[in-house]
Design a protein around this ligand. Structure first.
Ligand SMILES: Cc1cc2nc3c(=O)[nH]c(=O)nc-3n(C[C@H](O)[C@H](O)[C@H](O)COP(=O)(O)OP(=O)(O)OC[C@H]3O[C@@H](n4cnc5c(N)ncnc54)[C@H](O)[C@@H]3O)c2cc1C
Length: 496
C-alpha cells in the first residue's frame, strides 16, 4: 500500500484524504490546528457559536455533479439546506431598498418597480443570469487528464460561461454598474463584491443562487468540515492535529519526509501540500522551487489582489426574523485603516437557534479588506495592546452603527469577537490573511494549475490556490483531482 502524507486538514486536505483512502492509499493528515476544517470553521464565545465561513455553498442543489461530490465526502450527506429568500438586501442612502431575490422573476419585477427607466439594463441583467443557469462547475476530471473528446465536451458545456466571460470578463463591476440609471441599483451592483472584481463574478454568483445551487447547509461551517473528518476516519484515515509542517526531507528529486514543529517526522511515498501555496513554496521548499504562475501573481498584487475581511461577531438579546438575512445599509462614516466605511453588511443567523442562547441571535458584520489594509493590521499587530484596542474600537463602531439603524437593538448588542486578516494568517497560515485565492480582476488572467512541483516527482500542491478565485468547491475538487493524478501515475483506475 502506497503511503501518503497530506499537509493541511482544510477542505482540500480532507477531500484528498477521503479519495486517497477510497483508492487504496494509506494516508494521514497533518494539521497545525487542534481541529480540522481550515478556513471552513466556527468557534464559541459567550454562549454563542460564531460561524466563520459559509455564506453560500455552490453544490446545494440535489442531482447536480457538485452536490454528488459533496455528498460522497460526507459533507452534505442527509443534511438539510437553508435556502435564504434573498442573497442580499441593499438599503440605499435615499431610502430605496434593492433585493437580490432568489426568485429571478421577483427580482426583476421589484427592480422594474423601483426603476422603470432601467428596463433595458434590467432585462439584459436578468437574461445573462438566466443564460448562465445552465452552467455547472466541472467536477469530473482536471483538464490535464481529459482526452481530446472530453475536452470538446467540456468546451460545449462551458459555452454559456464562455459567452458571459467574453462579454463581462474584462469589464469591472463598477463600470458595469454604470449601465444602470437608478443610483440604488448602481450602488447595489458596484458594492456587491469587493473592489477589483470583474463584472462576470456577479453573474456566476447570481446564476448559482437563483437556481438553488448556492444555499447554506444547516449546522454551519464547523460541522460541515467535521462530517468530512468523520468520513475520512471511517475510511481508515489517520489524523495528527497540532502538528505543523516546518520542513521537508529530500533525496534527489523526491521528498522523503515531513518535519513537524512537535519534533516528529513523517515518511511516505507521496506528499500533498493542501496548505497555503505560499507556505509550500517559501517555508517548506525555502524558495528553491519557484513556480512562474505563482511568482507572477505574488509579484503583481495590483492585477492579482487578495481579499480578506474583518469578521465582527455580535450577540443580540432579541430575535430578528423580520429583518433580511443579509443587509447592507448606510452608516455614519467611520474609518478603518485609511478607508472610510459608509455602508455595513450584516448577516444574522435566526435560522440557526443553536448558534445563540435562547431568545438571542448571532449577528456577523463583514468588512472587506485589501492589500493596504493587511499592511496596516500587520504593523499594528507588532504591538499586541494597540492591535487589541483597534479591534475593539472597530467592533464598538459597528455596534453603534447597528443600534442607530435599529433603535430597538440599543443596549442589547454585545461584542463577541473580532477577527482580522492577521487572525486568518495566524490560524490558517493564510498568505496575507487571504480568505480566497487571487481575485478575478479585469487585468489579470485566470490560472488553472496542475499542482505539480517542477523538479520534485512525488510532491503535489492542492487546494483553493490552484484555481482562483478559490472557495469551498475548488478546495473539494482539487483535493479529489490530486488523487486522480496520483492514480494515473500509479496506473490504477480512480474510484470516486
Ligand atoms: C470569512 C470567510 C468566509 C468564507 N466564505 C465562503 C463561502 O461562503 N463560500 C465559499 O465557497 N468559500 C468561502 N470562503 C473560502 C473558503 O473557506 C476557502 O476557499 C476554503 O476553505 C479553502 O480550503 P483549503 O483547504 O484550500 O485551504 P485552507 O482552509 O486554508 O486549509 C489549509 C489547512 O492547512 C493548515 N496548514 C497550513 N499550513 C500548515 C502547515 N505548515 N502544517 C500543517 N497544516 C498547515 C491550515 O491550518 C488549514 O487547516 C470563506 C473564507 C473565509 C475566511
Amino acid at each position: 500500500m502506497a503511503k501518503l502524507v497530506i499537509i493541511g486538514g482544510g477542505i482540500a486536505g480532507l477531500s484528498a484524504g477521503i479519495f486517497a483512502q477510497k483508492n487504496g492509499f494509506a494516508s494521514m493528515i497533518l494539521e497545525k490546528n487542534h481541529v480540522l476544517g481550515g478556513e471552513c470553521t466556527g468557534w464559541d464565545r459567550q454562549g454563542y457559536h460564531i460561524d466563520g465561513c459559509i455564506h453560500w455553498l455552490v453544490g446545494t442543489k440535489k442531482g447536480t455533479p457538485i452536490h454528488e461530490l459533496w455528498t460522497s465526502v460526507g459533507a452534505l450527506d442527509g443534511v438539510e439546506i437553508y435556502h435564504q429568500e434573498s442573497f442580499l438586501t441593499f438599503e440605499h442612502a435615499s431610502g430605496a431598498a434593492v433585493h437580490l431575490y432568489r426568485d429571478l422573476e421577483r427580482l426583476k419585477s421589484s427592480w422594474l418597480e423601483l426603476s422603470p427607466q432601467d428596463a433595458e439594463a434590467i432585462d439584459d441583467f436578468c437574461q445573462a443570469i438566466e443564460q448562465l443557469q445552465s452552467y455547472e462547475i466541472p467536477v469530473e476530471k482536471p483538464r490535464d487528464l481529459l482526452g481530446p473528446l472530453e475536452k470538446v465536451k467540456l468546451m460545449m458545456a462551458m459555452k454559456d460561461a464562455g459567452l458571459i466571460m467574453r462579454k463581462f470578463g474584462k469589464m469591472s463591476l463598477k463600470e458595469y454598474a454604470k449601465t444602470f440609471k437608478h443610483p440604488a441599483l448602481r450602488e447595489t451592483l458596484a458594492s456587491f463584491l469587493p473592489d477589483g472584481y470583474s463584472a462576470s463574478s456577479v453573474f456566476f454568483a447570481l446564476a448559482a443562487f437563483t437556481k438553488g445551487q448556492a444555499s447554506i447547509p444547516y449546522g454551519g461551517s464547523k460541522k460541515f468540515a467535521q462530517r468530512m473528518a468523520e468520513r475520512y476516519l471511517s475510511l481508515g484515515g489517520r489524523i495528527e492535529t497540532s502538528c505543523e509542517a516546518i520542513g521537508l526531507h529530500k533525496e534527489g528529486s523526491k521528498v522523503s519526509g515531513v518535519i513537524c514543529s512537535n519534533g516528529q517526522t513523517f515518511a511516505a511515498d507521496y506528499f500533498i501540500a493542501a496548505c497555503d501555496a505560499h507556505v509550500l513554496y517559501e517555508r517548506l521548499l525555502k524558495g528553491k522551487y519557484p513556480d512562474p504562475d505563482f511568482q507572477k501573481r505574488y509579484n503583481n498584487p495590483t492585477d492579482y489582489p487578495l481579499g480578506s475581511e474583518i469578521h465582527i461577531a455580535i450577540g443580540y438579546e432579541g430575535t430578528m426574523e423580520e429583518i433580511p438575512r443579509t443587509l447592507r445599509f448606510p452608516v455614519a462614516p467611520f474609518k478603518v485603516n485609511e478607508t472610510t466605511i459608509d455602508y455595513l453588511t450584516i448577516t444574522h443567523y435566526s435560522y440557526e437557534p443553536d448558534f445563540a442562547p435562547a431568545g438571542c441571535t448571532l449577528l456577523i458584520c463583514s468588512i472587506n479588506q485589501f492589500p493596504a489594509d493587511y499592511d496596516q493590521w500587520h504593523a499594528l499587530a507588532e504591538d499586541p495592546g494597540s492591535y487589541r484596542r483597534e479591534k475593539s474600537r472597530v467592533g464598538e463602531e459597528v455596534i453603534r452603527a447597528i443600534a442607530m439603524r435599529f433603535p430597538q437593538m440599543q443596549g442589547k448588542l454585545s461584542l463577541l469577537d473580532v477577527a482580522t486578516p492577521k487572525t486568518f494568517e495566524r490560524y490558517c497560515n493564510a498568505y496575507r490573511g487571504a480568505f480566497m485565492s487571487f481575485l478575478p480582476t479585469v487585468s489579470g488572467t485566470m490560472m488553472s494549475h496542475t499542482g505539480r512541483i517542477k523538479g520534485l516527482q512525488n510532491l503535489f500542491l492542492s487546494g483553493q490556490w490552484l484555481q482562483p478565485p478559490g472557495g469551498l468547491p475548488v478546495a473539494l475538487i482539487t483535493g479529489k483531482d490530486t488523487i486522480m493524478r496520483l492514480c494515473k501515475i500509479k496506473k490504477q483506475p480512480f474510484i470516486g
